[in-house]
Design a protein around this ligand. Structure first.
Ligand code: N01
Length: 547
């Protein structure tokens, strides 16, 4: 029996332009979804707006862009052969290397023949009569599919700061999230960077290496930890490869999707002596890992006083890295508890402010007013610049989905369904939108975890569900209203028990004007989430309506 015969096909009539599954996006999630669904014999097509694969790693080509989960774990685990073949060269691989890896994956698994590039999806409408999805693309083409999988990425819709006068600026304007493929030469130029999130923190040291003068416009200082990036020693890589089966298993069953001993962290930070705390925090600081502090004490993210102990430690380390006390003061994060905005990993970020041609402008004391032909004006000063770099973030998690015209039963739009914030069942499905699956959607661990591990878990779960439906000749799977309500309340309750909603972060939508303020990802950890998803499936897709 050929693979094609293995899937029973419900839904719209077959023919040209008719698929079992249409996947939107050819990033990390879309590539694996195509491979996995093809393995089921599902006729699958991936639609991608860019002219290449890679998603976030296709677009974010700014200087210094690199992963902040170790490359050996920020990589697919689905193919033992792939993980043995690929040679990562750095502890944290740079964007060009990650993009090469994803292009290799596309070639190695012969994915390109089912990926349509330069194809922007504009609408996805559920066709109740046909029992499937009609997908419209930018050139007016309509395709149909039984299932639609949104692999649109959590950080793919970039945010403009809405700066008055920006269009009249006479110099060059660059967005970190849409960096020119040929790169940008800042030699001899006066450069402004607006924003101090992960993107800016990675780019600033490299831009400073080139620019004649660099002015960083900061609204909120962030907590950034040293990455301690380094070339990967081949012997170390071999050791990891030998232990991959065990390490991947640990990662899958961890809170964040990286191999962690199951028994960490332990105890309250408040029960430890100052010396013990300093020793643990020192080890976390030296580890060069986003997750180092989560391995120290169990109450850093739930207890304000415990959190302060870690925050104070990191603030002290930041201050000691910067020579000028006034600059150190402005770079010291005080506006949110430690870890309630995504931590950054940097290579020389704070030291960059010790360079004589680098200046920091604090937008809290002197907000931006406007951009002129050749300057940026704040309430305190006018700064002459030749180039502006916008590192101003994303309309995260919901932005890429709501930019599409998605309609479910009775023509109800996703925008209406999510008017007060995203509501999902397991972050995977939305009531009233049958056979629509979200990958790493709101309500799933998603951006709080190693994204590749979460992506593989979602894709596997979706593929298993599609196969299960096919075996029963069922035509649709749809989240029940009550299940969605209960899950959304559960995610809210979990986040309310932490300090996470306190920060004005992109996790809560606070960075986008008018966006409902809801803590979007599931904060209960990947392991417990995975167990819940598995239990739902084992229980005949409890909470879903199967037709
Ligand atoms: O975006 P951000 P990012 N005027 O939202 C400021 C992932 N990522 O692209 O904090 C002035 O974090 C804004 O200020 P404030 C990672 O998950 C990963 O840097 O809102 N400033 C903030 O400083 C990360 O968390 C890697 O007050 C304005 C900055 O712009 C996520 O992507 C690398 C402004 C935006 O920071 C997003 O990171 C890069 C305005 N009008 C990114 N509007 C890896 O290492 C916004 N800002 C894998």
């Amino acid at each position: 029996m050929s693979g094609e015969d293995r899937l029973n096909r419900p839904g719209p009539a077959r023919g040209a332009g008719a698929y079992d599954v249409i996947v939107v996006g050819a990033g990390l999630a879309g590539l694996y979804a195509l491979h996995r669904l093809r393995g089921l014999g599902a006729r699958t097509l991936v639609l991608e707006a860019a002219d290449g694969v890679g998603g976030t790693w296709y677009w974010n080509r700014y200087p210094g862009a690199r992963c902040d989960v170790e490359s050996v774990f920020y990589s697919y685990s689905f193919s033992p052969e792939l993980q043995q073949e690929w040679q990562w060269t750095e502890r944290y691989a740079g964007q060009p290397e990650i993009l090469r890896y994803l292009e290799h994956v596309a070639d190695r698994f012969d994915l390109r023949r089912d990926i349509r590039l330069n194809t922007r999806v504009t609408a996805a409408h559920y066709d109740e009569a046909a029992g499937g999805w009609r997908i419209r693309t930018h050139d007016g083409t309509t395709l149909t599919a039984s299932y639609c999988v949104m692999a649109t990425g959590c950080l793919s819709r970039s945010q403009s700061p809405g700066l008055e006068g920006l269009d009249d600026f006479g110099g060059s304007v660059h967005r970190t999230a849409r960096w020119p493929h040929e790169g940008v030469d800042f030699s001899g130029r006066r450069v402004a960077v607006i924003g101090t999130g992960s993107s800016a923190i990675q780019a600033i040291p490299l831009i400073a290496d080139q620019a004649a003068r660099l002015t960083v416009f900061q609204r909120t200082p962030n907590f950034s930890l040293p990455a301690r990036n380094r070339p990967l020693d081949p012997a170390e890589l071999t050791r990891v490869k030998k232990r991959y089966p065990h390490l991947r298993e640990l990662a899958r069953n961890s809170a964040f999707g990286v191999p962690q001993a199951p028994d960490t962290p332990s105890g309250s930070a408040l029960a430890a002596s100052p010396e013990e705390r300093a020793a643990r925090y020192g080890a976390a600081w030296d580890a060069g890992s986003l997750f180092g502090f989560s391995d120290t004490y169990s109450d850093l993210i739930t207890d304000e006083s415990a959190n302060e102990t870690a925050g104070d430690y990191v603030r002290a380390r930041i201050r000691e890295a910067i020579r000028d006390p006034a600059t150190a003061d402005r770079l010291t994060p005080r506006h949110h508890p430690f870890g309630t905005k995504r931590l950054c990993l940097d290579s020389g970020y704070y030291d960059t402010f010790n360079r004589s041609h680098v200046a920091l402008v604090d937008l809290r004391s002197s907000p931006l007013v406007r951009v002129t032909r050749n300057s940026i004006v704040t309430t305190a000063d006018e700064h002459r610049v030749d180039s502006i770099v916008l590192a101003t973030g994303f309309d995260a998690m919901t932005g890429a989905l709501l930019a599409l015209d998605i309609r479910g039963r009775a023509g109800r739009t996703l925008r209406a369904a999510w008017a007060n914030g995203p509501r999902t069942y397991l972050g995977l499905a939305v009531a009233g939108f049958p056979n629509l699956f979200l990958i790493t959607g709101p309500g799933s661990p998603s951006v709080l975890s190693n994204m590749i591990v979460s992506i593989e878990q979602h894709v596997d779960w979706i593929a298993d569900a599609i196969q299960w439906l096919s075996r029963r000749a069922a035509v649709s799977l749809e989240a029940a209203d009550e299940a969605e309500t209960a899950w959304t309340a559960h995610v809210d309750a979990l986040s309310a028990a932490t300090l996470l909603p306190r920060a004005a972060s992109w996790w809560t939508g606070a960075n986008v004007a008018g966006k409902p303020r809801v803590f979007m990802p599931y904060p209960g950890g990947l392991k417990s989430y995975r167990d819940t998803c598995d239990a739902v499936a084992d229980d005949g897709y409890r909470g879903f309506i199967v037709t």
